[in-house]
Design a protein around this ligand. Structure first.
Ligand SMILES: [Zn+2]
Length: 278
């Protein structure tokens, strides 16, 4: 496999926060380096269910993860398994749910916090965090620049074809402070500024880059249901492919086949949605 792509998931960012507060991403839309569309999450619009659908391309009603309290090793093929089947190298810098869904469950803090498994059928290079103890007053999230740097480190050391990064910072901020406040304005501003220098660096290494969220959040920081603020986020794409018209809404189930198509990896027979890039 000679193609490369990074998927950056900023947990819990509603469409309007991306569009009004992420000045670097929006600037690259204006300059033509990036394209942006609306991206609609599956239902329930809960993190674990969305992670599972993003990576398997099937709905929660099919993969069976009904929420954050129901995490297990999924049986469906996913982006990691298909990149491996296509001869590529995979990496993940994410919440531990990704390791549980796609490699092994339950999560063993010592064994699974960090691993390099070149022969794995799914995740070759994993760096995880569990957010154990997370609550309203203590986010238990790493600094985002540390996560961006860790992903870059894996790309440079192991030549990842596919890498995913996931961070819960903004989801936690939204649950804590809601959205019409200085704290959220600042949190989005800092995220945008921390992420920005890495994007040209990843592009220079030959990666296409997708930046999106798993779901949105409403004015009370809630998500899980059908409200547009809960279900809708933005998706930014940096790469050479052609995409749909600007008013197209990307279905979350399209991410897996789209990413596999860009990498030249086999799309699993269970992934029925069409690619949004060509
Ligand atoms: Zn989430």
């Amino acid at each position: 496999m000679d193609r490369k792509l990074l998927l950056i998931i900023l947990d819990g960012v509603p469409y309007r926060n991306f569009r009004r507060l992420f000045g670097n991403l929006e600037g690259w839309v204006d300059s033509g380096e990036a394209r942006v569309w609306k991206h609609r999450a599956v239902l329930p619009s809960i993190s674990a269910s969305c992670y599972a659908s993003i990576h398997t391309g099937v709905s929660p009603q099919e993969h069976g993860c009904t929420g954050n309290g129901n995490v297990f090793r999924l049986s469906h093929k996913d982006i990691f398994s298909q990149v491996r089947a296509g001869g590529g190298v995979t990496g993940a810098v994410t919440h531990s749910f990704w390791s549980q869904f796609f490699n092994r469950h339950p999560f063993d803090y010592v064994r699974d916090i960090e691993y390099d498994e070149p022969e794995s059928d799914t995740i070759n290079h994993g760096r995880f965090h569990t957010m154990t103890g997370y609550g309203h007053d203590n986010q238990m999230t790493p600094s985002d620049v540390d996560l961006f740097a860790t992903l870059t480190n894996l790309c440079l050391r192991f030549g990842l074809n596919y890498g995913i990064l996931h961070t819960c910072t903004l989801d936690s901020m939204g649950h804590r402070f809601y959205h019409e406040c200085d704290e959220m304005d600042h949190a989005c501003f800092v995220m945008d500024e921390m992420l920005a220098p890495f994007i040209p660096r990843w592009r220079a290494l030959g990666y296409e880059v997708i930046v999106t969220a798993d779901h949105g959040q409403d004015e009370r920081g809630h998500h899980g249901g059908r409200g547009p603020l809960q279900q809708e986020t933005a998706l930014y794409y940096f790469g050479e492919a052609e995409g749909p018209d600007a008013d197209h809404v990307i279905d979350q189930l399209q991410l897996a086949p789209t990413i596999l198509g860009r990498l030249g990896a086999p799309v699993a027979e269970t992934m029925k949605a069409a690619s949004f890039l060509r």
